[in-house]
Design a protein around this ligand. Structure first.
Ligand code: FAD
Length: 276
C-alpha cells in the first residue's frame, strides 16, 4: 500500500477511502485530540468524512479545521475505534472518504453557535467562516473544554455542568438572556440530542432560524444502507445538518435513534449504551 499524503481535492472520493498520512496530532484536552492532514478537501462546514482504520472499521467525523493547505478532525476517545486513533502518531495512515452530507447554510445577520461536548468539532470551521457571532460551549467539566486557545474562540461563553470552570450550568440556561440582548439571530447547533432539542424548542417558540447537526449511527455514509434514518430521512445524506422546519416534521428527533444492530431505542438509552 502506498503512503501518499493528501495533496489535491480530486484525491477524494465518497465511495472508497483514499489513503492519507497523519501529519500532526494535537492534544485538545485530556480525552480529545485533533489529527491533521496535509492538502485540501472541498469541504463546507458541517459536512463529515468517514475515517477508515485498515483492519478495524470506518467511522464518521466532522472536519474541525480547514485551510488551503491542511484539514483536521477533532476526536473524543470513546470506544475501540477512537482509542486506536488516539494511539496513532504523525506518519501513520488512515483512509478518508468524503466530504459527505449536507452542510450548514450561512445566513446573514446575527449568529449564535451552540456546541455541547465534542459537538464543538462540527462548529469549528463554521466559526472560521462566519467570523462573527456568539459562541456558546457546554462541557461536563473544566478539562473537557475545547478550543479555548483557538483563534476566533476568544470571546466564547463557556458553561460547565459541575461548575469547575467558567459558569456553572447548561448552555440552554442562557438562551433567553442572549435573545433579549441580541434579538433575532440564526442558531447553529451541534451537541447531545437533549441539548439540541431544547434549543430547537426555544427557536420554535421564538420563531428563530435554526440549523442543527444530528448524530445517528452511520455505516455507509452515502444513503445506501438507511441505518442512520430518522423518520425515513437519511441523516448521512439529507443531514447531518437540518433546518428547524425539517426538524419540526421529525417524530424521532429528540426521542429515538437506532443502535448499531438496528434496534430503535430511546435517545437516553442510545447514549447510555454507547450506540452498541
Ligand atoms: C455526522 C457525524 C459526525 C461526527 N463527528 C465527530 C467528531 O467530529 N468527533 C468525534 O469525536 N466524534 C464524532 N462523531 C461520533 C463518532 O463517529 C463516534 O464517536 C465514533 O464512531 C466512536 O467509535 P468508537 O468505536 O470509538 O466508540 P463506540 O464504543 O463504538 O461508540 C461510542 C459512541 O459513538 C457513537 N458511534 C459509534 N460508531 C458510530 C458510527 N458509525 N456512527 C455514528 N456514531 C457512532 C455511538 O453511538 C456511541 O454513542 C460523529 C458522528 C456523526 C454521525
Amino acid at each position: 500500500m502506498s503512503h501518499t499524503a493528501i495533496s489535491v481535492q480530486s484525491c477524494f472520493n465518497v465511495f472508497e477511502p483514499t489513503i492519507a498520512t497523519i501529519d500532526r496530532v494535537v492534544d485538545e484536552s485530556a480525552t480529545v485530540k485533533s489529527f491533521f492532514f496535509k492538502g485540501t478537501i472541498n469541504y463546507e462546514p458541517g459536512q463529515f468524512i468517514m475515517v477508515w482504520i485498515p483492519g478495524m472499521d470506518e467511522k464518521p467525523f466532522s472536519i474541525s479545521y480547514h485551510s488551503e493547505e491542511s484539514f483536521g478532525i477533532t476526536v473524543a476517545c470513546r470506544g475501540n475505534f477512537t482509542r486506536r486513533l488516539h494511539q496513532m502518531n504523525a506518519g501513520e495512515i488512515v483512509g478518508i472518504r468524503g466530504p459527505l452530507g449536507r452542510p450548514f447554510t450561512i445566513r446573514k445577520g446575527n449568529a449564535c453557535l451552540i456546541g455541547g461536548g465534542i459537538g464543538m468539532a462540527s462548529l469549528g470551521v463554521l466559526v472560521d467562516r462566519l467570523k462573527r457571532g456568539l459562541i456558546i460551549q457546554g462541557a461536563k467539566t473544566a478539562s473537557d473544554i475545547l478550543y479555548s486557545d483557538r483563534e476566533g474562540f476568544n470571546e466564547m461563553l463557556v458553561y460547565t455542568e459541575d461548575g469547575s470552570a467558567a459558569t456553572r450550568g447548561l448552555v440552554t440556561d442562557v438562551l433567553e438572556s442572549i435573545y433579549k440582548r441580541f434579538g433575532v439571530m440564526t442558531l447553529y447547533v451541534c451537541g447531545p440530542e437533549a441539548m439540541t432539542h431544547t434549543v430547537f424548542e426555544f427557536a420554535q417558540r421564538n420563531g428563530l432560524s435554526m440549523q442543527a447537526s444530528l448524530e445517528r449511527y452511520m455505516k455507509c455514509g452515502i444513503g445506501l444502507c438507511g441505518h442512520c434514518s430518522c423518520d425515513g430521512l437519511r441523516i448521512c445524506m439529507e443531514g447531518p445538518v437540518l433546518e428547524r422546519e425539517t426538524l419540526e416534521t421529525l417524530t424521532e428527533f429528540g426521542r429515538f435513534a437506532r443502535l448499531k444492530d438496528g434496534r430503535r431505542v430511546t435517545i437516553e438509552e442510545y447514549r447510555k449504551t454507547g450506540g452498541e
